[in-house]
Design a protein around this ligand. Structure first.
Ligand code: HEC
Ligand code: HEC
Ligand code: HEC
Ligand code: HEC
Ligand code: HEC
Length: 498
């Protein structure tokens, strides 16, 4: 239990929760704020007045960033590299622990005070300027003034608040705060994680119709109280701190089932799929994937570790006549058939040899789904996100199937990445079974993960190359019968990185 509890009223109102409230600031302290830096660094301090922000953050990947066993394993392995990666990882995964000198390289996290683990409240809210585009180039004021998007924070005895444009989701500058940590350049110069750079070229940063920032999409707004248990506060637009996306905890962690549901719901409107069968001049299946929701390429960020792939099964009279990308839950998608459309980044060292651990990377070959560049359908760039692949890849189907099913599947961290860490003795082998495979909701009904084609339900369409098609799925092929089947470089499979 904490020894001191802050009490904004000075009236001991928190005592009702069973804690002995000790007012830090009694009436005599006037305008002097009572929060010390050491207290401000502890998220539990903030919980007293910002319980909902605390709860949301507690189940987020920001809170889990230095608990993640895969992070711990990779960081440990990286310390054996030459040169050792030293504080490279911990600078982003537990930045306040590094600042406070509680760790040099993150290998002693078990003995670092819990309040310094992860990306904490204090880190984000004491940041006062952004000094670069990657590798956590942020300046921290180190004071107890809490910066946020509120112009007129209610006065309280504990901390001052101030409006900050880099925290305000409505201001495009706010993307630089998130972006500075979400882009990684390795010491060998590979632009490994590029979410911010990708966003900068997307319609969400360049659009003349208004911009949409990282926080605009990832911090869902609601009407609520910015602080509770404090007199004078009023309803405002406040912002969720869950930031659910892809990753969830692999070990027991706060409300991890809730986060899993939130991830499923975030994935709802990320990728749109269409499934066509070409009936003339050849018989082939065409899968079209469209990144309709992400404000950057997708999967973004740790795309060298993610595995996104497409499963297609075609049947005739109940018999499977063709399939691709079919794997069991314990198999890696890399071990599927040669036609498998696998989306991930490949990384290489200086000599062009494929590497698995990202500090070894000197170059990177991306193949994620592109980011939206325009919302104008008559602009040819509209179809840049419209990526298609034909099955079988090199031949034709023996006959026109009567049923085809499609699933788009994602392993947040590929099993082959885990296998590598297990083989090196850095990761507990039982964690392999904890890695989920997420099926994207692409079906006709909400939450349905299989898109089903039958000759009866498909609509007639024609491709831009005058092929005759029958299509299902919510996109343009079905709705206006004109399909743009662009086979861009993003449709390449990165089944191997050779
Ligand atoms: C004693 C209660 C109390 C504690 C403890 C507390 N806050 Fe606050 N905080 C407030 C109040 C009151 C506001 C103003 C709310 C409003 O205007 O609606 C506020 C506002 C904020 C804002 C918005 C500032 C702005 O202008 O946008 C941030 C960010 C913030 N707090 C972060 C924190 C963090 C981080 C901690 C933990 C280190 C913390 N607070 C601890 C009471 C508290
Ligand atoms: C300290 C640097 C830092 C800052 C600043 C930062 N993040 Fe993060 N963020 C991280 C790290 C590290 C993780 C990964 C944690 C993990 O999965 O182990 C993460 C995870 C995430 C995730 C979850 C990713 C997933 O795959 O599930 C989202 C979404 C996210 N951040 C969005 C944001 C947004 C939006 C902002 C700005 C408001 C922001 N981040 C600011 C470091 C940062
Ligand atoms: C990854 C960075 C990040 C972390 C970690 C973080 N916040 Fe925030 N927080 C933000 C941003 C950005 C905003 C402003 C959103 C806006 O106004 O557009 C914000 C806003 C707030 C606000 C103002 C009300 C609102 O919802 O807009 C409060 C209060 C707050 N945060 C408290 C906390 C507390 C408490 C924690 C830890 C339990 C925390 N934050 C952790 C980035 C962060
Ligand atoms: C137009 C809305 C939008 C904007 C703008 C946006 N994102 Fe995303 N982001 C998404 C969606 C949708 C996803 C996919 C949903 C999911 O993963 O559950 C996503 C996924 C992510 C992920 C998960 C990693 C992955 O594999 O994709 C991270 C991290 C992330 N975004 C960070 C950011 C950052 C940082 C910015 C700003 C530079 C940003 N996002 C801007 C909508 C947006
Ligand atoms: C510049 C900040 C930054 C640095 C440096 C950094 N990370 Fe991360 N890390 C992130 C962000 C942001 C995410 C979330 C990306 C996403 O969701 O796609 C992340 C996600 C992860 C994940 C979970 C997803 C995955 O499998 O990749 C692991 C594990 C991880 N990082 C390990 C490391 C290790 C080990 C190092 C050092 C070699 C490191 N990180 C260095 C910011 C950083």
């Amino acid at each position: 239990m904490r020894d001191r509890v802050l009490d904004p009223h000075g009236s001991g109102a928190l005592r009702s929760r069973g804690v002995i409230a000790l007012a830090l600031c009694l009436s005599a302290c006037g305008s002097k704020k009572s929060l010390t830096k050491a207290e401000a660094e502890d998220p539990l301090t903030c919980k007293q007045c910002h319980p909902r922000h605390y709860d949301e953050w507690s189940r987020s990947m920001h809170a889990y960033a230095s608990e993640d066993p895969v992070f711990i394993a990779m960081n440990k392995r990286g310390q054996r590299a030459s040169p050792p990666i030293a504080d490279f990882c911990i600078k982003c995964h537990a930045p306040v622990a590094l600042l406070e000198g509680a760790t040099m390289d993150g290998t002693n996290l078990a003995s670092v005070p819990q309040k310094l683990h992860g990306v904490t409240c204090y880190f984000c809210h004491t940041a006062d300027s952004v000094t670069g585009t990657h590798n956590a180039s942020l300046h921290l004021a180190g004071d107890v003034l809490m910066r946020g998007g509120i112009h007129d924070p209610v006065d309280n005895n504990v901390h001052d608040g101030a409006y900050s444009p880099i925290h305000d989701n409505v201001n495009p500058m706010s993307a630089t705060l998130c972006g500075s940590c979400h882009d990684i350049v390795t010491h060998k110069g590979a632009a490994l994680e590029r979410t911010f750079a990708e966003w900068q070229t997307s319609v969400f940063a360049t659009g003349s119709m208004g911009k949409e920032t990282c926080a605009g999409c990832h911090m869902n707004p609601r009407q609520g109280l910015a602080a509770e248990n404090v007199p004078g506060v009023k309803l405002r637009t406040v912002h969720s701190h869950v930031m659910a996306a892809v990753d969830t905890a692999l070990t027991p962690f706060t409300e991890s089932d809730t986060l899993k549901m939130e991830v499923a719901s975030e994935l709802q409107a990320t990728v749109q799929a269409e499934l066509c069968v070409e009936t003339n001049p050849t018989n082939r299946i065409i899968v079209i994937l469209d990144n309709i929701g992400a404000g950057h390429r997708w999967p973004s960020g740790a795309s060298q570790d993610r595995r996104l792939w497409v499963e297609v099964v075609a049947k005739k009279g109940g018999q499977t006549i063709y399939q691709s990308g079919v794997v069991t839950s314990t198999m890696t998608p890399e071990s599927a058939d040669a036609d498998t459309w696998l989306v991930r980044d490949c990384i290489y060292d200086e000599t062009g040899k494929e590497v698995h651990m990202f500090w070894e990377a000197a170059s990177v070959k991306p193949n994620q789904l592109p980011a939206p560049l325009t919302i104008n359908r008559s602009d040819p760039r509209f179809f840049a996100t419209h990526v298609s692949r034909r099955y079988p890849y090199t031949t034709d189907l023996p006959e026109i199937p009567d049923e085809v099913t499609l699933r788009v599947r994602l392993q947040p961290i590929g099993l082959s990445v885990l296998d590598d860490l297990i083989a090196g003795g850095d990761l507990d082998s039982t964690l392999r079974a904890q890695m989920p495979t997420l099926d994207l909701p692409i079906g006709d009904e909400l939450g349905q993960t299989t898109l089903k084609w039958t000759i009866r339900t498909a609509s007639v369409a024609v491709s831009d190359q005058q092929e005759q098609l029958r299509c299902v799925g919510p996109g343009v092929c079905q709705t206006n019968g004109m399909c743009t089947v662009i086979t861009s470089s993003a449709a390449k499979s990165h089944l191997t990185c050779g």
